[in-house]
Design a protein around this ligand. Structure first.
Ligand code: ATP
Ligand code: MG
Length: 411
């Protein structure tokens, strides 16, 4: 993409009142636009990152047997009344609205109820199970606090998978698969080292749920982490009993601030019973479907990556989620930059080409703020040395690389 075609512009300063570092940098770089507290428009550069994260998640969910759907955002009151979750005293973050005839509707904050209700039309026999469906979309929550930038949105982008199993044993098998898939996801997007499998509060069907907590000063949660075993306990459930159950020794645990980037939860019959989601087993007996849910905050992940990968000049994107692989910068008018742009595109290298009529200082400052992993500069000086100057965003020094060696270098 040519930068001259990008309508977004970088900004020297973040908007007043935006206190979180992730939103400050993302707004300054033109990745997102703030509509109001907790509500952001994802701009072209930001959308490329969201899509990369979503594609990594999609590939790992498909590996576990997941199938993708696009669920409805508008929710029917009657379905939610069956589980008691329409009530504002039970769920305090609904956004609700009305039809012209005054019938109440909700804006989806999650989808256990509508999907369990929908599955009644598809599940009748044990032969129909298990089913693993997932959804990558925006959900809406009337959050009280929205001070963590894009990490706590009132409208945010997530992946949620819902599992429908015959019984607890079949559910547990999938639950373990999901843990592995989540580990792969956080490894692939570059957060593996800081992310802990964390014991958190469960529900009526299991003592614990599991969160994936990424250690970061900007986090809203406190965890006690075993750095060797790479497991942690959320402060919410931190008792001697819990420690004994995960074979953790207290002396070894370190208190850390962390961001909940995902969680997995055994739901049992909590939703299938009130919504009457049943199947006939091998003996022809009615059984309730055993459910689980598995969330990942995609927009929260984008914020988390920024919180952990930045310096005084801007963002430093990990290669797997960067909006482009190469930022080509042309200084002064020259035909070589155009040729390199065409050639890299032909070779399927994702490239942002700064073809604007701007000063070297402005171009370099923007490149640092945007944080694309490889910077390639074409200037009179580089041409005189027989090539282009190549520098990684994460490194201080660049080097001259000959034209014919460029693709090999940045691949
Ligand atoms: P939190 O404790 O942070 O409010 P939660 O327990 O409400 O999270 P879930 O409802 O289970 O989280 O949602 C699944 C995932 O969605 C979370 O692990 C988190 O990564 C993400 N998420 C939850 N709320 C938000 C939000 N307001 N903005 C962005 N991402 C969110
Ligand atoms: Mg919440």
């Amino acid at each position: 993409m040519r930068q001259s075609q990008l309508f977004t512009k970088t900004q020297k300063n973040a908007p007043k009142g935006e206190i979180s570092l992730n939103a400050q940098l993302l707004i300054r770089g033109g990745f997102i636009h703030k509509e109001m507290a907790g509500v952001y428009t994802i701009l072209p550069l930001g959308l490329r990152i969201i899509n990369k994260i979503a594609d990594i998640i999609r590939s790992e969910m498909n590996q576990t047997g997941g199938v993708e759907i696009q669920s409805a955002a508008l929710q029917k009151k009657e379905t939610w009344e069956k589980t008691g979750r329409w009530n504002d005293d039970v769920v305090d973050n609904w956004f609700k609205t009305k039809l012209k005839n005054d019938a109440e509707l909700g804006l989806a904050f999650t989808h256990e109820e509508p999907l369990a209700n929908m599955m009644k039309g598809f599940v009748s026999s044990y032969k129909d199970l298990p089913i693993y469906v997932y959804d990558i979309r925006s959900v809406f929550r009337n959050e009280v606090r929205a001070k963590s930038g894009i990490m706590r949105g009132r409208e945010f982008f997530w992946k949620a998978l819902y599992s429908f199993s015959k019984n607890e044993a079949e559910h547990n098998e999938y639950y373990e698969k999901a843990k592995t898939a989540y580990k792969n996801i956080f490894d692939r997007i570059g957060l593996g080292k800081e992310t802990y499998l964390t014991f958190a509060s469960g529900g009526s069907f299991s003592k614990y749920s599991h969160e994936f907590q990424t250690v970061c000063e900007a986090g809203e949660d406190i965890i006690y982490a075993d750095e060797e075993k790479k497991v942690a306990v959320n402060k919410e459930v931190y008792t001697d009993d819990v420690l004994k159950n995960i074979g953790l020794s207290k002396e070894k645990l370190v208190e850390k601030k962390a961001i909940e980037v995902g969680n997995i939860f055994s739901l049992g019959h909590k939703f299938s019973e009130p919504l009457d989601l049943k199947y006939k087993d091998e003996k022809g007996m009615d059984q309730f479907v055993f459910m689980g849910c598995y969330g990942i905050g995609i927009s929260r992940l984008m914020g988390t990556i920024v919180e952990l990968n930045n310096d005084e000049k801007g963002i430093v994107w990990p290669e797997s989620v960067a909006p482009f692989r190469v930022h080509l910068i042309s200084l002064g008018k020259n035909d070589e930059a155009e040729k390199i742009y065409d050639n890299l595109q032909k070779n399927n290298v994702e490239i942002l080409y700064d073809d604007r009529d701007a000063s070297a200082g402005e171009k370099f400052a923007d490149a640092d703020l945007l944080g694309i992993p490889w910077r390639v500069v074409v200037s009179e000086k580089s041409l005189a040395s027989g090539g282009v100057e190549v520098k990684k965003r994460s490194e201080e020094k660049g080097e001259i690389v000959k034209f014919e060696e460029l693709i090999g270098k940045i691949r």
